[in-house]
Write a protein that binds this ligand. Structure first.
Ligand SMILES: [Zn+2]
Length: 598
């Protein structure tokens, strides 16, 4: 039969197979895949990972695959060396990637890669803007321009999750398919992976632009993205191929499993057992896949004039026995519902044998496996070290300023808000600013206190009528080290690594996996004051959750040296004792912290 076509994968990610599973897409991708890739992915990694993937794919009867990854020139080299056919897309993203610090750099790399590989007998170079949510408008448009200029395929992840579509509506006022259409992405020879959350209008748009689709049922189910409307896309005569997706989200590259799942999932999803019969499923995995990858003129079926991409499947195995002749289509049922990848005996690509009698002829399988184990050990050590350090985990997901500051602070209880009037009216005090906000804090805490703690904070600035004026979210890491305690319970603390919290609270919870959480909601009046030329923050808090009677006063100032800290400690004592007539007690501070953090 014709070789199977894997319409979407990330071959080199075999080396990350099983590194982090059973997580939500954002935690999996941003929390684990990207930081690990950043550390390990280089040309050698891509060559080895691709070779390992090719070995597995050949054994599963795959003769052509569509790939999206980094250092794609090395992926191409590995695939060509093995003798597999591929449409191999160089990834482009809006963040720095393992192979490029900027989008310009990555575009320059892609241009060179395409020029080097265009016209090769097996490798079709392509450009792969990762997804609409990881690319700016400018990047998507530039990628489309480049694909059109060189007449090469453009590979992209499209409408994979509902969240992606909702975010696109919020940010761009339209779902993802109209957005990429507007940016000319569909004018290229585009192959869109997933297309799980597309409506009938968008399916029509994809058809009108001859966009190929890669259906990835295992990945969509494993990451709980949903079920693509495959029946409707096929009814609309879209070229829908089947893809395994990367081995980090599947976790294998077994096309027999994938075809079987595609056929039965479509039935389950539509409650209709005649939907997507075996023959049609196998067409998706061969001819339609090749067409979706714009290689239908070369491969995907056994026809005169096409390349010899052929596999031989053994039907004389226990699970394929017996066979029936009455229904001509029974052979398709046998291949799709009963056969396994281990039944593949011989594989030929472009007229050359890659596997004979289950012997891989172009890959040293044992050597490849042992090299993969060596890298896996290093990745394991890297993640073990990182998982044991909350700060490193925070830094790994980016955005955090790696500078630390110290602050000098004191806390006291207030009976009444007028208690601070003497301070605000003191002629040595200049009030720079007053603000009023509602503050939600969610603390993530760990059994090992040496890990410090992570705080997710949302500040809702309130206007005079108590309406929300603006919202700001931040994530803060506080180390547990208490630097020095002065008299009067004035505390110098090593503070905080702060980053904008650009992901939902849930992301951080699932990523940090705290042992416990604590929620605090307070109403805060804050004055920025200058006392003897030094800037202090004076906070008066009413704590609503958990409900605590009374008011809490906090006075603090940033500090950068021990000497400075000592001076500011003296000033804070003056404010507290001389001006406000309060007696700070250790107990008070502790009490606050216990309420807050116990
Ligand atoms: Zn993918």
């Amino acid at each position: 039969m014709p070789g199977l076509v894997n319409a979407h994968t990330h071959a080199a990610m075999t080396l990350l197979r099983g590194v982090a599973d059973d997580l939500r897409l954002d935690v999996w991708l941003m929390g684990y895949m990207m930081p690990t890739e950043h550390e390990f992915v280089n040309p050698a990694f891509c060559k080895l990972g691709t070779t390992l993937a090719c070995a597995e794919m050949i054994r599963s009867g795959i003769t052509m695959f569509a790939d999206m990854y980094y250092f794609e020139a090395d992926v191409a080299e590995a695939a060509a060396k093995v003798g597999m056919r591929g449409v191999l897309g160089q990834s482009v993203l809006k963040f720095p990637t393992p192979d490029a610090d900027s989008f310009d750099e990555s575009l320059a790399y892609t241009r060179k890669y395409i020029e080097t590989w265009k016209g090769h007998a097996l490798v079709v170079p392509a450009i792969a803007p990762h997804a609409p949510y990881t690319c700016t408008d400018e990047i998507l448009q530039a990628c489309a321009d480049l694909a059109i200029e060189y007449d090469v395929p453009l590979l992209i992840h499209l409408a994979e999750t509902r969240l992606e579509v909702e975010d696109s509506r919020t940010e761009f006022g339209m779902p993802v398919v109209p957005r990429v259409k507007k940016l000319n992405v569909l004018d290229a020879k585009t192959l869109a992976a997933h297309c799980v959350h597309v409506d009938s209008g968008e399916i029509r748009t994809l058809f009108n632009h001859h966009t190929g689709v890669a259906h990835c049922p295992t990945s969509n189910l494993k990451l709980a993205s949903g079920i693509a409307p495959v029946k409707e896309m096929l009814d609309r005569e879209l070229n829908v191929g089947i893809g395994t997706d990367g081995p980090a989200s599947n976790n294998d590259l077994d096309m027999f499993e994938e075809v079987r799942l595609a056929a039965i999932l479509a039935k389950g999803a539509t409650l209709d057992p005649v939907v997507l019969p075996a023959k049609q499923a196998l067409t998706m995995a061969t001819r339609l896949g090749a067409q979706a990858m714009y290689q239908g003129h070369l491969t995907g079926s056994l026809e005169v004039g096409k390349r010899a991409d052929v596999i031989v499947v053994d039907r004389n195995t226990l699970h394929n026995t017996p066979s029936f002749e009455r229904d001509f289509d029974a052979v398709y049922s046998q291949v799709v519902y009963a056969a396994k990848s281990t039944d593949v005996r011989h594989v030929m690509v472009n007229g050359a044998w890659l596997m004979r009698d289950r012997d891989l002829l172009t890959i040293d399988e044992q050597a490849t496996m042992s090299e993969a184990r060596v890298i896996a050990k290093k990745i394991d050590q890297f993640l073990i070290a990182r998982e044991g350090n909350v700060l490193n985990k925070l830094i790994a997901i980016g955005g955090v300023a790696q500078t630390e500051s110290f602050e000098i602070q004191v806390k006291a209880r207030l009976e009444d808000v007028t208690t601070i009037d003497p301070l605000l009216k003191d002629r040595r005090v200049e009030i720079v600013k007053h603000s009023h906000y509602r503050q939600y804090d969610l603390y993530f805490m760990f059994v090992d206190e040496a890990q410090g703690r992570v705080r997710y904070r949302e500040d809702d600035t309130l206007d005079q009528d108590g309406g929300v004026e603006s919202v700001r979210t931040r994530i803060t890491y506080t180390s547990p080290t208490k630097e020095r305690e002065f008299d009067d319970a004035v505390l110098l603390s090593r503070s905080e690594f702060i980053a904008a919290a650009d992901r939902p609270q849930r992301f951080y919870r699932e990523y940090f996996r705290p042992n416990s959480e604590r929620e605090i909601e307070k109403d805060r009046n804050r004055w920025h004051i200058l006392y003897k030329g030094v800037l202090f923050y004076v906070n008066v808090d009413t704590i609503n959750v958990p409900k605590i009677d009374g008011l809490f006063l906090e006075i603090k100032s940033q500090t950068w040296s021990k000497r400075d800290a000592e001076y500011k400690a003296t000033l804070i004592s003056e404010i507290l004792v001389d001006i406000l007539g309060l007696t700070p007690e250790k107990r008070v501070r502790k009490e606050y912290l216990e309420f807050a953090l116990a």
